[in-house]
Design a binder for this molecule. Structure first.
Ligand SMILES: Cc1cc2nc3c(=O)[nH]c(=O)nc-3n(C[C@H](O)[C@H](O)[C@H](O)COP(=O)(O)OP(=O)(O)OC[C@H]3O[C@@H](n4cnc5c(N)ncnc54)[C@H](O)[C@@H]3O)c2cc1C
Length: 229
């Protein structure tokens, strides 16, 4: 039960950081006098919006289902209301663009057409924004950057590459980017004054222990799609 609750907080707290940051960037796009700042904000919103929509609506459903489990058999009956959350959350993976279409939007419409230029700039900005000592997140950002530059772009754009290939990769790509954004958010939370208390530490530990290992799994799944046996 502790694992379920800490992992849930890990998703929700990082999701809030990313949602608030996106809301601020939307204001910058609309109101900032400096065109360079508007361009940076536009890059963030263009790339991060499909990630937020897809990864956090997936989590809304799986997280609500996990939280139903905390109630045991009582979770399944109507009186507690948790089963209603599970059903209500399910539709968010479908409407406003299904999550598969969000993943395609990210990789096929936004990342590949400009040779990943915008994405690589965003990854650089995230790396520069990490607090000192964020070794795991920094290494993962570098790993994802190298993968994008040296494998993803090269193999999807190679002569004779299957036009279906990016579609096979899209879900794993979005999910890996979601986890990187969470790692960035958790490093920022952890280095904020006042965060060294159980409320934040438990969720931070939950992130690195229960949520983060999926990053390597998604990278391995992309490698397998790029080099099928
Ligand atoms: C409760 C509810 C309210 C809604 N409200 C509105 C509304 O107010 N306004 C509105 O315009 N629409 C609304 N919709 C419709 C909603 O936008 C669509 O259901 C949604 O876009 C998915 O389209 P579809 O149902 O035709 O599924 P399909 O397009 O038939 O997709 C079926 C499955 O295949 C996947 N898929 C489709 N194409 C691809 C592809 N190229 N690659 C990979 N996977 C693919 C999809 O992700 C999906 O999982 C609502 C839907 C629901 C359930």
């Amino acid at each position: 039960m502790r694992r379920i609750l800490d992992a849930q907080r890990a998703w929700i707290d990082a999701g809030r950081v990313l949602a608030y940051r996106t809301a601020l960037e939307l204001d910058v796009i609309k109101h900032h006098p400096d065109p360079a700042k508007r361009e940076t904000a536009n890059r963030w919103c263009t790339l991060v919006t499909p990630v937020l929509k897809a990864a956090w609506t997936d989590q809304a459903f799986t997280g609500a289902s996990a939280c139903l489990q905390v109630f045991g058999g009582h979770g399944y009956v109507r009186e507690w209301g948790i089963e209603q959350h599970v059903r209500d959350a399910r539709v968010a993976m479908i409407y406003e663009g299904t999550n598969e279409i969000q993943a395609i939007d990210l990789l096929v419409r936004k990342v590949l057409p400009d040779g990943a230029k915008s994405l690589l700039t965003l990854l650089n900005e995230l790396a520069a924004d990490l607090p000192a000592g964020s070794a795991v997140a920094a290494a993962a950002l570098q790993q994802f950057t190298n993968f994008t530059r040296e494998q993803l772009l090269v193999q999807t754009q190679a002569a004779g590459a299957s036009p279906e290939l990016p579609y096979w990769l899209a879900d794993d790509f979005l999910r890996a980017l979601a986890l990187l954004l969470m790692a960035w958010a958790w490093e920022r939370i952890a280095h904020t004054p006042g965060a060294d208390v159980v409320r934040w530490r438990a969720a931070q530990n939950g992130f690195w222990r229960w949520v983060w290992p999926e990053f390597e799994m998604r990278m391995a799944m992309m490698q397998a799609s790029l080099s099928p046996a």
